[in-house]
Design a protein around this ligand. Structure first.
Ligand SMILES: [Zn+2]
Ligand SMILES: [Zn+2]
Length: 368
């Protein structure tokens, strides 16, 4: 079959919308008709070349849609099911999987970096030339082929343009609070960076009844949104010292938990300074993989726990339906995360807005 997809041929872009082909589905493949797919900073990292990926590639890893067809070995989903894609499916039997660390799955790590599915092959091509898959999703396209472990059924009640956000930004932020740090009620939380992930850290902290929740960002518009998501205080470091402000709001001690969702060295340093002795710092932001970051040695003193979280401790089949349920019960904000909906043809404008720091999430929607 043939369908439209956005293809990155060269570092720097732009993306080209072309007709692509897929062959017959293999045993554990799930073909998803994509209804919505978010634009995430990780896609932009691939475009910029800071995250190395084989080209040409179809990006997109925050997708949701309806199952169109399944391979003959698939039992977990069937045509017609609504699914959110997981970008970290796992094999279930490697060194890490048997230690219950599915995010670290060796088969996933090997194949995702090579732009292929779990069997070491690709399914996508354009005019006979092989296209690579982006972290086993590639949802910036009218259809995507994912492994069964990457197609997670959710309630049909949740609109798919909102459900897609669960697949990356929401899981990453809320999961870092609830699953990785396991923040307890009444704990103080500082959040550096109020983009999509930071806002989801804030709403995760709100869900687990943390207090105070201090949001830190240089952009006042983002701080306003942070308030809507449950921040109890906001700090703009261009006016006030972030570390002093967090300490002032936590009896001079520092926060119990500090989350870096900004992705720069300065914020990482401040997140560490702002956490109290014995507290946790959870790093979600990314700096260039080849760059070094320096830390003031004194800021490490006091038995602080430093954790890097990449997908919020996700167990997608447990967490995605639960997050969808929270949305339907009014406990999780998704509508407010979407700053614009665009057709696939406008994808380059969407990334241009992201580069300028405009809005929270752009979602590509497809006519159903
Ligand atoms: Zn993402
Ligand atoms: Zn594995």
């Amino acid at each position: 079959m043939q369908f439209a997809a956005a293809i990155l041929y060269e570092t720097g872009g732009p993306l080209a919308i072309e007709r692509v082909q897929i062959g017959e589905l293999k045993t554990s493949d799930v073909l998803v008709k994509v209804h919505a797919s978010g634009l995430c900073h990780t896609d932009l990292e691939v475009i910029r070349g800071t995250l190395k990926a084989p080209l040409p590639i179809v990006l997109g890893h925050e997708g949701a849609g309806v199952v169109e067809a399944v391979g003959n070995g698939v039992t977990g989903v069937k045509p017609g099911d609504h699914v959110v894609c997981s970008w970290n499916p796992n094999c279930g039997h490697c060194f890490y999987c048997i230690q219950d660390l599915p995010i670290l799955c060796e088969a996933y790590a090997r194949n995702s970096s090579r732009g292929q599915l779990m069997d070491g092959c690709t399914r996508l091509s354009c005019n006979g030339a092989k296209l690579h898959h982006h972290i086993l999703v590639s949802s910036h396209a009218e259809y995507c082929v994912v492994p069964e472990a990457g197609a997670i059924p959710v309630s049909k009640d949740i609109p798919l343009d909102r459900a897609c956000l669960i697949g990356c930004g929401v899981m990453t932020g809320v999961g870092a609070v609830a699953r990785v740090a396991k923040v307890s009620p009444g704990s103080s939380v500082a959040v550096f960076g109020c983009g999509a992930v930071g806002l989801n850290v804030i709403q995760g902290a709100c869900l687990v009844q943390a207090s105070p929740i201090v949001a830190i960002d240089v952009d006042d518009r983002k701080l306003e949104i942070a308030n809507q998501f449950g921040a109890t205080s906001t700090v703009n470091p261009t006016r006030d010292d972030a570390v002093d402000s967090v300490r002032n709001l936590t009896a001079g001690r520092g926060a119990d938990y500090s989350f870096d969702a900004a992705g720069n060295e300065k914020c990482l340093q401040q997140a560490l300074e702002a956490v109290r002795p014995g507290g946790w710092i959870v790093i979600l932001g990314k700096v260039n993989f080849d760059s070094y970051v320096s830390l003031r040695f004194g800021s490490l003193i006091g038995e602080k726990q430093i954790t890097r979280s990449s997908y919020g401790g996700a167990r997608p089949s447990r967490d995605f339906p639960l997050l969808a349920q929270y949305y339907l019960e009014g406990k999780l904000k998704l509508d407010e995360l979407i700053s614009q909906r665009i057709p696939l043809a406008e994808i380059n404008n969407g990334f241009a807005a992201m580069k300028k720091g405009e809005g929270v999430r752009t979602v590509i929607t497809f006519p159903s």
